[in-house]
Design a protein around this ligand. Structure first.
Ligand code: PSV
Ligand code: MN
Length: 397
């Protein structure tokens, strides 16, 4: 049975009202590949500019009230920078979101951070995580989002098992410092920068470490951190089932961790992930998931790409909300395969853009956020004000 038009609109309102997504500060900065960087005049190079850009995205979309911060890039002086961030939060009516420790930039981490064979370097890494937790506490941020580059490049060159033990210890020590409402999100990635073994290579390892760390630890799924053709929605279903799903870093990929715009290569993949989440809700499964974006826009305009991402995420979330899950459950139960698949695909192929535009209008937002950005002249103004300062920026500045 198909939903009536007004029931569909009510469903859309409910779905879109319940959806928010966090944008990363680094999505507004000049970034590149290891081969070089194409500098954009409008790119943000200070935390103030990143807040300004993120506030513009939130003004136009209404669903991005928080900004993910990367400690060394955004708070280079650590805790001392907290008052400045608080001031920016007030000025731009935007809150700091997840706090990302940086365990991959310092020279000491050449052979690993929390898994480094040197106890001294492991302590330095733990101290940085503790500082990041303290920053999160002072800013009232719930999630500390941990990704480590640790691993090795050559067989036999490291003890994989010893490193597991060191990491368990480090994560327990970090977890001990969380406030009751805080969470430690543990991200996995199969390879890069390490190319032989990675210490947290997949969701099974992340799940183990989350359980070892303590009850406030969860797994973070970065959609770009999987091998080709891996069934990510199945991973999501497992994490929902085991109560370990903490959040997502959304982006799209063709080959590896490409950090392309969400849904640009495989929108059906994101739809399938969102379906699992809606289905868990329908089935009454408790979950608390942070939706975050982790993308670098090397060629596209950064604010445009951010808006495009948010709008695409909303559309895919809405498409997945339209799946008639009662009907689907009946088809699944009776193994009516084609009917089940057609129902599922039918929701994916529904053009929900008019519904999303109508929802925006009811919420006092521009029906077309990208067109509203172009009309505002914001990017041109930013390019004019910031352009001359970009000649000698360092990466991620
Ligand atoms: C690593 O590839 C990663 O996905 C982690 O989340 C980092 O914090 C982020 O990218 C940096 O862009
Ligand atoms: Mn990530």
């Amino acid at each position: 049975m198909k939903h009536s038009e007004s029931a569909t609109f009510d469903l859309a309102v409910q779905a879109l009202d319940s959806f928010q997504i966090e944008i990363p500060s680094w999505g507004f900065a000049n970034t590149g590949t290891r081969f070089g960087k194409f500098v954009q005049a409008a790119a943000a190079s200070t935390i103030e500019e990143k807040f300004a850009d993120a506030a513009e995205v939130n003004r136009l979309t209404g669903v991005t009230p928080t900004l993910a911060l990367h400690v060394l890039w955004d708070l280079p002086n650590g805790i001392t920078d907290v008052p400045e961030v608080k001031e920016l939060e007030r000025r731009f009516a935007l809150r700091a979101g997840s706090i990302n420790p940086n365990l991959f930039q310092d020279q000491e981490y050449k052979f690993g951070s929390l898994c480094n064979p040197s106890a001294e370097i492991r302590k330095q890494a733990v101290d940085h995580v503790l500082d990041s937790i303290e920053i999160a506490k002072r800013l009232g941020c719930r999630d500390v989002s941990l990704w480590l580059p640790d691993g090795s490049n050559y067989p036999g060159s490291q003890s994989i098992r010893k490193r597991i033990g060191w990491l368990e210890e480090a994560l327990r020590a970090s977890h001990d410092h969380l406030d009751p409402g805080q969470r430690l999100l543990i991200e996995y990635k199969p390879f890069e920068p390490a190319f032989y073994h990675t210490d947290i290579a997949d969701w099974g390892m992340s799940s183990h470490f989350a359980r070892e760390a303590g009850p406030q630890a969860r797994v973070l799924v970065d959609t770009g951190h999987h091998y080709s053709s891996q069934n990510i929605e199945q991973i999501v279903a497992w994490l929902l089932h085991t109560g370990l799903l903490g959040g997502f870093h959304f982006n799209d990929r063709r080959y590896a961790d490409d950090d392309l715009t969400l849904g640009s290569i495989d929108p059906y993949q994101i739809f399938r992930i969102f379906h699992e989440i809606h289905a868990a809700t329908t089935d009454g499964l408790a979950h608390d998931i942070a939706f975050m974006i982790d993308q670098s826009h090397n060629l596209k305009g950064k604010i445009e790409a951010s808006i495009q991402t948010v709008v695409t995420a909303q559309e895919l979330w809405l498409k997945a909300a339209l799946v008639d899950r009662d009907q689907l459950a009946m088809h699944q139960q009776s193994c009516n395969l084609v009917a089940a698949e057609e129902l599922f695909r039918g929701a994916f192929w529904t053009d929900v853009r008019p519904l999303a535009a109508a929802w925006r209008v009811t919420r006092g937002l521009p029906a077309d956020p990208l067109a509203a950005l172009y009309a505002s002249g914001y990017v041109e103004r930013a390019a004019e004000e910031r352009g001359s300062r970009h000649s000698a920026v360092s990466s991620y500045a």
